[in-house]
Design a protein around this ligand. Structure first.
Ligand code: HGY
Ligand code: MN
Ligand code: MN
Length: 425
């Protein structure tokens, strides 16, 4: 791999990067009652996501990039290389968000990439390979039920037709929502075959900050399992129905929530099993009616595929027992499932070297969160750059915060790694 030590050293404009993060965070901004902070809600393919997309596409065009949109709404912005026929270096992330987001999740990777391109342009640096910035549809997965959707379609894990048919809780389909915001693009979803992929992202956890590390060299992404569980009991009068005559779907859901926590805690502390029941809908959800139906989601994660599979089996048998115990119907379906994904050693080494050249303390880390990078690693050599966050790296919460230095450090490492990859034959 060509060493950028021979290449002229340039650095990003950290203030401009931070300003662009703040400006994008104003799209979909809301006042968060729980934290009294300004949060971000740009759920995938909503009107706010459409506005955020248009803002960033405008910045891509003003930076001289050629923008293309594919049929699942992924956006690619190309900077030509000295040898246009060579496969490009792809770098980016996502700008869709959970409903209680901060300003950095995903956006740092996309706007950090834009900052890299702006910096190369200002310094009249032409890379050998073309560079392509990407942002991908529905990375979060929380509106249409499966994560990294756009990247999974672009890399062949999820068929386009299946993605189009996914519906949100209101029954709105992906394809219609893409059309509604004007991002049902013409480009074939498999058109981009990168030479390599790099993603800069906030860690979204406490590890780097607690260890005093400035850069995370991400070795891989832990395995993820999402399922939706439906409990079907019997709605009944809260006052007249004796306790032994109830088929209470809400009670069953509560027992599931406690069991998921018990499963995770019994797996031992540290990098073990993580289990979350993040969404729970009770019907008819009325003060004087026993819950007739309860729909909830279970998110299980583990760095070990075998240990995650074991946890899934234990959960399956618990659900079967629960149905008999509470006299409710129990059905469930898998909505997302990805194995542990290791990243490419060579690209990880380039991240570590770049951090070293920049005098930044780097540590190896496994990602607890899912990322677009894990999908692109199916097609090309891939790795990620993490930056630490304040307040124990809290994320999916408006309190999410990485400092201007932390963001600039990540973007400078991204600049170094992308240049190195882009000089490869
Ligand atoms: O759920 C995740 O790990 C990511 O935020 N999509
Ligand atoms: Mn993210
Ligand atoms: Mn996220």
């Amino acid at each position: 791999m060509a060493k950028t030590a021979e290449l002229s050293r340039v650095c990003v404009d950290g203030r401009r990067l931070y300003r662009s993060l703040a400006e994008l965070a104003r799209v979909g901004a809301y006042r968060d009652e729980a934290t009294a902070l300004r949060g971000v809600n740009r759920l995938a393919l909503t009107e706010a996501d459409g506005r955020g997309r248009r803002l960033v596409v405008g910045w891509f065009r003003r930076a001289g990039l050629h923008v293309a949109v594919d049929r699942i709404g992924n956006v690619y912005a190309r900077r030509e290389g000295a040898e246009p026929a060579l496969a490009p270096v792809l770098f980016g992330s996502h700008i869709d968000s959970v409903p209680t987001a901060g300003a950095f999740d995903g956006c740092l990777g996309v706007l950090g990439a834009l900052e890299v391109v702006r910096t190369l342009g200002e310094n009249r640096i032409r890379t050998r390979r073309p560079l392509v910035i990407g942002f991908f549809t529905e990375e979060e997965g929380c509106r249409f039920g499966t994560d990294m959707l756009g990247s999974a379609v672009a890399t062949g894990r999820i068929p386009l037709a299946k993605a189009y048919a996914l519906r949100d809780r209101a029954g709105l389909a992906v394809v219609d929502e893409l059309r509604k915001i004007g991002f049902l693009g013409p480009r074939d979803v498999r058109a981009v075959r990168p030479h390599a992929y790099v993603e800069c992202h906030i860690e979204q956890g406490p590890i780097l900050r607690r260890r005093g590390a400035e850069i995370g060299v991400v070795s891989g992404v832990q395995a993820i399992s999402w399922r939706e569980v439906l409990f079907e009991g019997r709605a009944a009068h809260a006052g007249t129905t004796p306790m032994d005559l109830r088929a209470d779907a809400g009670l069953a859901a509560a027992r599931l929530m406690v069991e998921v926590r018990r499963l995770a805690e019994s797996d031992g502390r540290g990098a073990g099993l993580r289990g979350t029941v993040g969404s729970l809908r009770l019907e008819p959800n009325m003060v004087n009616v026993v819950g007739g139906r309860a729909t909830c989601t279970v998110d299980l994660r583990h760095p070990s595929d075998a240990r995650l599979a074991g946890a899934e089996r234990r959960l399956d048998s618990f659900l079967r027992r629960l149905g008999r115990q509470d006299g409710v119907g129990v059905t469930w379906r898998q909505t997302a499932r990805t194995p542990y994904v290791p990243f490419d050693e060579r690209v990880q080494a380039a991240v570590a070297r770049a951090a070293d050249r920049l005098g930044l303390r780097a540590e190896a880390i496994v990602s607890g969160a899912g990322h677009d990078a894990q999908e692109w690693s199916r097609l090309c050599k891939t790795a990620m750059i993490f930056v630490p966050g304040e307040y124990d790296g809290i994320s999916h919460n408006p309190r999410e915060l990485s400092t201007p230095k932390q963001c600039a450090d990540g973007a400078n490492v991204l600049l170094e790694v992308v240049r190195e990859l882009a000089e490869e034959p």
